[in-house]
Design a protein around this ligand. Structure first.
Ligand SMILES: [Zn+2]
Length: 223
């Protein structure tokens, strides 16, 4: 794997864990959610989401908002472009982690940030999300793996479609410059096949006789 692939893979895994974190806290509250990482037609990953339409109170929303970034830190799989890895997130470090985390809220998605600050007690919501997530570490890891696999497949399909499209474009360009040639002998053969089953007095026989002669002699007809 080259560096770009490694970086993409690291981001994919961190994003999948982030979304699985949102998802697990949502379902713990009984709020329906589904996980997805968007892949556009150019096969670029466009970030993940867990809701199209969120319904829940401000406390639940704030806990769910925290859950994405907390899951990344809890599973020690942080998207380093988004947040620095400060220190391990554990039951004893959670309060300190929360105060530090408030400094990088701007790096989170708009909806995550708005959900988090939508409840006044950010420490309480952060701790509540942690209590749910810390009991689900194994499940989060497995769900994230499935989400990452699903995304890899979707990305692979889009890449293959792109490659096919590029090949078609290249082939079309080659044809435009250099149309495939068919030899006189081949054209004579096709014409003979066409005329074979026609009655002896069919007008086509008369019409194509000069062309057929010409092709049989191996001469390019002037069309
Ligand atoms: Zn998020």
């Amino acid at each position: 794997m080259n560096n770009l692939t490694l970086e993409l893979e690291a981001r994919l895994e961190a994003t999948a864990i982030h979304e699985a974190g949102h998802w697990h806290v949502s379902v713990a509250f009984g709020i329906p959610a589904s996980m997805k990482i968007d892949v556009d037609d150019e096969a670029r990953m466009r970030g993940g989401w867990c809701f199209r339409d969120f319904r829940g109170n401000r406390f639940e929303a704030a806990c769910i908002g925290w859950a994405g970034i907390e899951a990344e830190h809890l599973l020690n799989h942080v998207d380093r472009l988004r947040t620095p890895l400060l220190f391990p997130l554990t039951e004893t470090t959670i309060a300190k982690w929360h105060w530090e985390a408030l400094y990088f809220l701007n790096e989170l998605s708009d909806s995550d940030r708005q959900h988090i600050v939508g409840h006044p007690d950010t420490l309480e919501t952060c701790q509540h999300a942690f209590r749910i997530l810390s009991r689900k570490v194994r499940e989060i890891g497995m769900d994230a793996k499935l989400l990452a696999d699903r995304t890899r497949i979707e990305r692979g399909q889009k890449l293959a479609a792109l490659r096919e499209f590029e090949e078609l474009k290249t082939a079309a360009a080659r044809w435009a410059v250099n149309p495939p040639k068919i030899s006189c002998a081949e054209r004579a053969m096709h014409l003979e096949n066409y005329l074979r089953n026609m009655p002896a007095d069919a007008p086509e026989r008369l019409k194509f006789a000069p062309l057929l002669d010409c092709l049989r002699r191996g001469e390019e007809p002037n069309e």
